[in-house]
Write a protein that binds this ligand. Structure first.
Ligand code: B4P
Length: 190
């Protein structure tokens, strides 16, 4: 069983790459961002709560996010592994993920970080905003806030996993296919 964390700032290409990686390696892709957007589109209480944070570029509270992620993992008892995209985004989420996997006799195999500079992130997300219909993609101030939140709350997750030697860094600039090849090389070497 291979459990991977695809890591990086907003707009670094996690969602883009996770879909094809999940297909290639036969593992389940879990995107907390997609799960929240699904709840929002159905106007559920969870979706309405998530919306109030996401539209400002803030993180949804840990208790909500961890519970939702746990339900999704539990719903796939026969999975060969998971690729976590956009989770964990805080050290508390990372600790919760480790507990969840350890209760199943599993662990995180690697955290692979996509490295992309801030100006490229802003350009990519504004470009996606032309068609995504996402409030958090259309306003440069909100995008810059998402980057600040990443640096403050999410970047420490890299250091948390670095302590156990599970972290890898990938240059996230290049074509989608080039980055996919770089990611596969790291995963194949695990
Ligand atoms: P996410 O849905 O995770 O959104 P993201 O960080 O913007 O996306 P990603 O990095 O996956 O970028 P993508 O591949 O789409 O989170 C949105 C919000 O949800 C958060 O701000 C937060 O509020 C909330 N949330 C989610 N998870 C949470 C958690 N665990 N805890 C608390 N809150 C949480 O790529 C972006 C764009 O770049 C696309 O348009 C893509 O086509 C383009 N692109 C990709 N690769 C490219 C390349 N190589 N070259 C050029 N463009 C590229």
């Amino acid at each position: 069983m291979t459990n991977l964390i695809l890591f990086g700032p907003p707009g670094s290409g996690k969602g883009t790459q996770a879909v094809t990686l999940a297909e290639k390696y036969g593992i389940i892709h879990i995107s907390t961002g997609d799960l929240f957007r699904y709840e929002m589109s159905n106007n559920t209480p969870l979706g309405l709560e998530a919306k109030s944070y996401m539209q400002k570029g803030e993180l949804v509270p840990d208790e909500v996010t961890i519970g939702m992620l746990g339900n999704k993992v539990e719903a796939n008892p026969d999975a060969n592994g998971f690729i976590f995209d956009g989770f964990p985004r805080t050290v508390a989420q990372a600790q919760a993920l480790d507990r969840l996997l350890s209760d199943k006799g599993q662990e995180v195999a690697a955290l692979i970080a996509l490295e992309v500079d801030d100006d490229e992130i802003v350009a990519r997300i504004l470009n996606r905003g032309k068609t995504s219909g996402r409030n958090d993609d259309n306003d440069e101030l909100i995008i810059r806030n998402r980057i600040d939140v990443y640096n403050r709350e999410t970047a420490p997750v890299f250091d948390y996993y670095a302590q156990t030697g599970k972290t890898k860094r990938i240059d996230g600039i290049g074509s989608v296919d080039e980055i996919f090849q770089r990611l596969c090389a790291e995963i194949d070497a695990l």
